[in-house]
Design a protein around this ligand. Structure first.
Ligand code: MG
Ligand code: MG
Ligand code: MG
Length: 306
């Protein structure tokens, strides 16, 4: 009976690369492990898969009655449907431990590193299995993605060491260049309707009874949206309506490591105060701002008196 290896829902590059590389490791050990994907591959993942010669894994969302392994998560909310009637035989992850429980002992390997594929590199080494060149490329790309090319606070020395070893196996000499290709795929905006771009990564927040929407677009360069700014602002207006106090759109330049914050607000002074900046037109550049969760929202909450 095959063991299906699931990454999390809303798959990212790590969850797919980890499913493929873990399956390859287990196959090398003579076991029948099959990678699957719980949703459509995002543009970055699709690019990386084709770059290293892989097809998108079979789509599977229901684990009922199956033998399964989880990679890149151990939270039931992110796990496949009907996991209660599945037999989980392994977990390989790099997140906080989730709420999965099992009836029998399983293989469970979780490390506080930047990417599941870094954990997998350790497992390959432990087992004395050589990583296939194509699989190495995929694992390396996943580490670059999860650690934002080593810039994320989650990145560790183990991630850097793994990329060094994997890039040599994959024969990729310039990992910065690969990261930029991935970023361009991930941040592709040409031809995408402005409202869809605003909603690509969007959340509403309650700020002391005022509804504030914040979207984020990660870009390789702000030039990518230069000709779309008016259209994006129009989408923000439509989104705001009368129901929201403010709608913000973070145009994050991942290379320059900062955000041009587009602002539409009933009280723009509050938003300016939150970041100690003045709007020029309908946006302001905020150096070093990369994370909505860790930087934008806490500053807004303070300014709104939450
Ligand atoms: Mg992930
Ligand atoms: Mg991950
Ligand atoms: Mg991620």
């Amino acid at each position: 009976m095959s063991v299906y290896v699931f990454g999390h829902k809303s798959p990212d590059t790590d969850s797919v690369a980890a499913a493929i590389s873990y399956s390859a490791l287990m196959k090398a050990k003579g076991e029948d492990f099959v990678p699957v994907i719980q949703g459509k591959a995002n543009p970055e993942t699709a690019m990386v898969l084709s770059r290293f010669g892989f097809a998108v894994p079979e789509m599977m969302t229901d684990a009922a009655g199956k033998k399964i392994a989880l990679v890149d998560h151990s939270d039931l909310a992110q796990a496949p449907d009907n996991i209660a009637s599945a037999e989980v035989v392994a977990v390989v992850d790099h997140h906080k431990i989730g709420d999965l429980t099992t009836n029998s002992p399983i293989f469970f390997c979780n490390m506080p590193v930047g990417c599941s594929c870094t954990v997998l590199k350790t497992l390959y080494d432990m087992e004395g299995v050589a990583v296939d060149a194509k699989v190495a490329g995929l694992m390396m790309a996943a580490i670059l993605s999860d650690t934002v090319n080593f810039k994320s606070p989650t990145c560790t020395d183990a991630d850097k060491k793994a990329v060094k070893a994997l890039s040599a196996i994959a024969g990729v000499t310039n990992t910065d260049e690969l990261f930029m290709e991935m970023l361009k795929a991930k941040s592709a905006v040409a031809g995408v309707p402005p409202m869809e771009l605003l909603h690509r990564d969007y959340k509403d927040f309650d700020m002391k009874g005022k509804k504030v929407g914040v979207g984020q677009l990660e870009l390789a360069t702000l030039d990518q949206v230069a000709s779309m700014r008016d259209a994006l602002y129009a989408a923000m207006k439509e989104q705001k309506g009368s129901e929201r106090h403010s709608v913000l759109l973070m145009l994050t330049d991942v290379v320059k490591e900062g955000t041009d914050l587009m602002v539409l607000s009933d009280e723009p002074a509050i938003i300016e105060g939150a970041f100690g900046k003045k709007l020029s037109g309908n946006s302001m550049w905020i150096d070093g701002m990369m994370s909505r969760k860790k930087q934008t929202i806490p500053n807004l909450q303070k300014a709104f008196g939450c």
